[in-house]
Design a protein. Structure first.
Length: 94
């Protein structure tokens, strides 16, 4: 299931990107695969991420992982601004 995640950042994309690369294996172990991550062209603190999760349970496991939450916050993610939007079953990638 594809999910769009939007979130504000305190320090721009660079620290978040570094955190992601250091923890990509943890996301994969939870059943998630990054499809896209980037910030708005005019605001390096407005993050959009697309993640493909194996299942709704995988999304729930990711969302409840306190260790990853702490790492995202340490990288500047303002967790209270997170909005998670499940994409339709018709979503696709090339």
């Amino acid at each position: 299931m594809m999910v769009k995640l939007t979130q504000d950042l305190a320090r721009g994309l660079a620290p978040w990107k570094e955190m992601f690369h250091e923890n990509e294996a943890a996301l994969q172990a939870l059943g998630g695969k990054l499809v896209f991550a980037g910030t708005d062209a005019d605001n390096d603190n407005k993050l959009t991420v697309i993640i493909d999760f194996e299942s709704a349970d995988a999304l729930k496991a990711f969302g409840g992982n306190e260790e990853l939450k702490a790492k995202r916050a340490a990288a500047g993610a303002l967790l209270e601004t997170t909005v998670v939007t499940p994409m339709s079953g018709e979503s696709f990638t090339r």
